[in-house]
Design a protein around this ligand. Structure first.
Ligand code: NAP
Length: 470
C-alpha cells in the first residue's frame, strides 16, 4: 500500500467509526490506540476496508506510515489525554505536520495548545465532530478551526466523510484558534436546551395528561412531520415507543431519571455568562441536569412537601398548544446560542460564518433539523443581531409565543417543572420589553453604592437625592 493520507489516534467509539468512514471514502489511514489489543481487533473487524487501513502499535510507526505533511487526528478522551498524546507524538513529527484534535475539547484548552505549538513548525486544528457513533461512521457534522493553510491539506478528506445536506458537505473551516471547538460547545449547549424542552413537554404529557409512552410517541412522531422535524424529535418518538424485552414494560419507564453530562453544556453557559450574553434556556437546561442528579434530595423534598400534581381547575391542558410551545422555546434557545457565538466571534476576532454554521448543522449532527435551514435562510436575508428580530422569525414567534405562554402558565399552576420553557418565555418577554425595570436597580445601586446612573432627560452620570443615604 502507498503511504497513508492521514493518521488517527484513539480507536474508541468515535475514533474507530471515523477511521472506517475515512477508509470507506477511499483514503488510506494509519491508526493507533494506546491499548494496542484494540488496534488489532479493530483491524481484524474492518472487513474489506482493511486494504486501506495501516494498524500501528507504536506512534513512531504511525507517523512513518503517513504521507508528509502528515495530518493526524486525535480522537481520545478530552482533556489530559490530548496533552499526553501530543507530548508523546511530538518527537516523531516534522515541520508542517498537522495535529487535529477532534474530541470535545474546551476551546480554552485548544487556544493553549495553539500557544504550546507556536514556533514548532507544527500546525494545529481544533475540530468539533458531532453525530455520535452513527454520524462518525456514515457522516458527521464537522466543525474545524485553527490553521487555515493546514485545513487545505485535509479539506478533501473531511468533505468526503462529512454528512451531506442537499449534496453540500456539512463541514467548513470556521475561523482561527479555538473557533471550531467553541462552535461545537455551543452546538452542545443548544442540544441541552432542545433535549430539556422536549423532556418538559414529555413531563406534561406523562404527569398532566397521564398518557402512556406509546401514545406520547405517536404525537412526537406526528410532530416530526411538521415544523419540529428533527433528529431529536425522531429519536424521542423511538425511545418512547420502545419496550423492554426483559419485562415487557415501556423502556423509558424503567430508566432512572438522573441525566449525565460531560461538560460542554456547562461550558456554553459559562462562556455565555463570561461574555454577558443571556442564554437562559441553555443555562436552565444545564441546571436541570444537575437537579436531575440530586435524586435522593428530590425524593426527600417530594415527601416533605407532600407533592401532588394539581391540575388547574376549569382550565384544560392546552394540548393543542404543546407543539407550538416547544417550537417557540426552541426559537428562543437557538437565538441565545447564536447570540453567544456572535459575541465570541467579536471577542476573539474569529469572524464566525453564522449562515455556514447553520448550514453545517443541517445534517449529521445531533441537533440536525429542518429548522436550521430556516436559520441559514434568515442569515442569508441580511445581518442578524438576534434571531428573535430576524423578519422571518418575528412572524414565527408571533404565532408561537401565545402557546408557550399558556403552556408555561398551565404547568406552573399544575406544579409541573418546565425550567427551560419558562426561561425561554421570560427571555422573550424581557427581550421585547422596550422599557424594563433596571431603572429601579440603578436607583438601588446608586443608593447603597453611589454607582451613579443615566437619566432619560439629561446627559452625563447622575446621582439621586437619597437624603444622605447614597
Ligand atoms: P471512548 O470510546 O471512551 O474512547 C476513548 C479513547 O481515548 C480510547 O481510544 C482510549 O484509549 C483513548 N484514551 C483515553 N485516555 C487516554 C490517554 N490518557 N492516552 C491515550 N489515549 C487515551 O470515547 P469516544 O466516545 O470515542 O470519545 C472520544 C472523543 O470524542 C471525546 O473527546 C468525546 O467527548 C468526543 N465525542 C464523543 C461523541 C460520542 O457520541 N461518543 C460525540 C462527539 C464527540 P484506550 O483504548 O487505550 O483506553
Amino acid at each position: 500500500m502507498a503511504q497513508a493520507e492521514i493518521g488517527l489516534i484513539g480507536l474508541g467509539v468515535m475514533g474507530s467509526n471515523l477511521a472506517l468512514n475515512i477508509a470507506e471514502k477511499g483514503y488510506a489511514i494509519a491508526v493507533y490506540n494506546r491499548t494496542t489489543s484494540k488496534t488489532g481487533a479493530f483491524f481484524e473487524n474492518a472487513g474489506e476496508l482493511r486494504e486501506r487501513i495501516v494498524p500501528c502499535t507504536r506512534l513512531e510507526g504511525l507517523v512513518k506510515a503517513i504521507r508528509p505533511p502528515r495530518p493526524i487526528i486525535l480522537m481520545v478522551s478530552a482533556g489530559q489525554a490530548v496533552d499526553e498524546e501530543i507530548t508523546k507524538l511530538r518527537p516523531f513529527l516534522s515541520e508542517g505536520d498537522i495535529v487535529i484534535d477532534a474530541g470535545n475539547a474546551n476551546f480554552h484548552d485548544t487556544m493553549r495548545r495553539f500557544g504550546d505549538l507556536e514556533g514548532s513548525g507544527l500546525s494545529f486544528i481544533g475540530m468539533g465532530v458531532s453525530g455520535g457513533e452513527e454520524g462518525a461512521r456514515h457522516g458527521p457534522s464537522i466543525m474545524p478551526g485553527g490553521d487555515k493553510k493546514a485545513y487545505g491539506r485535509v479539506k478533501g478528506i473531511l468533505n468526503a466523510i462529512a454528512a451531506k445536506f442537499d449534496g453540500e458537505p456539512c463541514c467548513a473551516w470556521l475561523g482561527a484558534g479555538g473557533a471550531g471547538h467553541f462552535v461545537k460547545t455551543i452546538h452542545n449547549g443548544i442540544e441541552y436546551g432542545d433535549m430539556q424542552m422536549i423532556a418538559e413537554i414529555y413531563g406534561i404529557f406523562r404527569d398532566g395528561l397521564k398518557m402512556k409512552p406509546k401514545d406520547i410517541a405517536k404525537i412526537f412522531a406526528k410532530w416530526n412531520e411538521g415544523r419540529l422535524n428533527s433528529y431529536l424529535i425522531e429519536i424521542t418518538a423511538s425511545v418512547l415507543d420502545t419496550t423492554d424485552p426483559k419485562t415487557g414494560k415501556p423502556m423509558v419507564d424503567l430508566i432512572l431519571d438522573r441525566a449525565g453530562q460531560k461538560g460542554t453544556g456547562r461550558w456554553s453557559a459559562i462562556e455565555a455568562q463570561q461574555m454577558g450574553v443571556p442564554a437562559t434556556a441553555i443555562e436552565a437546561a444545564v441546571a436541570a441536569r444537575s437537579l436531575s442528579a440530586m435524586k435522593d434530595e428530590r425524593e426527600a423534598a417530594e415527601k416533605l412537601y407532600k407533592r401532588k400534581v394539581s391540575l388547574p381547575e376549569q382550565k384544560p391542558l392546552p394540548a393543542g398548544d404543546l407543539e407550538l410551545a416547544l417550537f417557540a422555546g426552541k426559537i428562543a434557545a437557538y437565538a441565545q446560542g447564536f447570540a453567544v457565538m456572535e459575541a465570541a466571534s467579536r471577542e476573539f476576532k474569529w469572524k464566525l460564518p453564522m449562515p455556514t454554521i447553520a448550514k453545517i448543522w443541517r445534517a449529521g449532527c445531533i441537533i440536525r433539523s429542518q429548522f436550521l435551514d430556516t436559520i441559514a435562510e434568515a442569515y442569508k436575508a441580511g445581518p442578524v443581531t438576534n434571531l428573535l428580530v430576524a423578519p422571518s422569525f418575528v412572524k414565527m414567534m408571533a404565532e408561537a409565543h401565545p402557546s408557550l405562554r399558556r403552556t408555561v402558565a398551565w404547568a406552573a399552576e399544575a406544579g409541573l417543572p418546565v425550567p427551560a420553557l419558562s426561561s425561554a418565555l421570560a427571555y422573550f418577554d424581557a427581550y421585547r420589553q422596550g422599557r424594563g425595570t433596571a431603572n429601579l436597580i440603578q436607583g438601588q445601586r446608586d443608593f447603597f453604592g453611589a454607582h451613579g446612573f443615566e437619566r432619560i432627560d439629561m446627559k452625563g452620570e447622575q446621582h439621586g437625592p437619597w437624603g444622605g443615604h447614597g
